[in-house]
Write a protein that binds this ligand. Sequence first.
Ligand SMILES: [Zn+2]
Length: 588
Amino acid sequence: MKEWLTSEDSDEEELLLEAEAAADVDGSPSFREMDVPAGLKNLGNTCYVNSFLQIWFHNAAFRQALYEWDPALDSEERENESLLVGNYEPRGKVASLQLLFVMMEFTNRRAVDPNDFITKLGLDPQVQQDAQEFSKLFMSLLESSLAAQENRAVQKVVQDQFRGRYAYVTTCCHCGWESKRPTEFYELDLTLQGNKTLSDCLKDYTKEEKLEGDNQYFCEGCNTKRDATRCVRLLELPPVLNMQLNRFIFDMQTGRKKKLNSSVQFPEQVDMSSYLRQKEGTSVYCLTGVLMHVGAEANHGHYLAHIQEARSGQWFKFSDTVVERLAGKNPKLGVESDPMEGEMPGAGSAASKKSKSATPSSSSAKGTQTSNNAYMLVYTEQNTLRAIRRREAEKSRQKKQVEENSLQEELRGAMVAKTEATLPVSRTNGNSPAPSSKKSSTSNGGLRRGGQVERTPVAAPGGKRRRMRQKVSDRLRIMRAQGDDTESEASTDPETMEDVEDIRKRRKAAAGRDGERGEPVKHKEEEEKPQFMFQNGMVFPKSFPQYLISYVEQDRAQQEEDAKIAQEMKVCNNTLLQQQTDQWTCVF
Ligand SMILES: [Zn+2]
């Protein structure tokens, strides 16, 4: 620490630094756009972790299970007192991942810092690890950590989502005797070398190999050694099928890992039925994610991902803090150029047009993608995907409904309060028509900076809905501050009421569009009891524990504070600049 600074100064210094970090180059705070997922900060060389975090986060079932993960059933977290005091600091890896997911969903920031999670995993942020190895290790770690959970959906989420079964089948060429050795898998490791399409890779994976000569097989049917064939036969596929394309191979000559830069074609929809020996069309999978490595060498370069958002079906590019919509109805997937080779990172479709090495994509058939960067493809089973879309659309509808109702209620309550406030008698009965305001003051009591930071949010760009919320809460604050002041001009604000009405209309229209796109089937029970609640200007699932809600609220308050400081700094700088200019104008 800088010793010449008093503690107050260093606090201020830290605040300023944070505010600078929170602000863009032009000084506007880094709030994320509505409906654009949050990015993740890169801590040096951690882009490989970030791309997997995004893939996992965008698996709705996986994310839900993490939310329902109960710290009380975890040996590390059970004793964590910070769970109760409203200033939560997770101890274990799963707890940290839970918090990270919560932040990724509920933050208003453009990017979330995964530092705590990466530190808890014991990863060196400066060293780029083997991404495929990392995901395998982490999944097995997670599987064992979740074993202590009581909720089955949480306990078995890794298996339920990603685990399939295949068997090594050996068949006697003489009597036809089959011997099967079943094995579980969490991803299919496909050989890329020598294969041009995903279909080639799958055929290669399941191809028969001959056991002859010295390799003859002892047949139990014939009770003697026989010529035989052996192959991998897929028995059962998981709802989410991860297909690894082995781009990183061991080079015998150099004794090091090298990267295959060959291109591979893959379909947006793949029928796996034939591999399962099932009727055609009974096991159809849709592409929902592509993990890429750009750069010529295995040990350098950048990891990023193209992921489809479940509810809207919109594809996004995830490159650390940069999250962008992939434009067009049929975006080019798995095509990104190396940012180190002069192209702007995040050039999106422009980059794909320019990219020379990926030109085969232009000649690809419809519904087929081509990539020389993709090293893992995520496919989701068609019916599962439909169910997810339906659920996510319903959740979104409920959330909007709950938020809208609560905003109107809060506003109405505030008006009543204001009217009552003008009558001295009614103030003594202790009725608080705006209960969320009371909650907000207690749950925000434990702010990071000693709880003394006053919450004065600023109007921030991006998202009309948030501005609306801001407006309502600002209005409420003003009313509360005015207290028994007899002025009543604020009791009905036509402008705010108009906004509420306006927002309601637009949402109705939006909900109509959602309905068209989603499934016609409606789930009555889900619709009848909303699973969400409105608290302090935000909509949370009803099942959310308080420690998570408090965490999100603190983060929002902190961000507003950062934005305010950034704004003040900007004004300050401008004034300073003006003063200097004035000075010079006087001199000349
Ligand atoms: Zn035999």
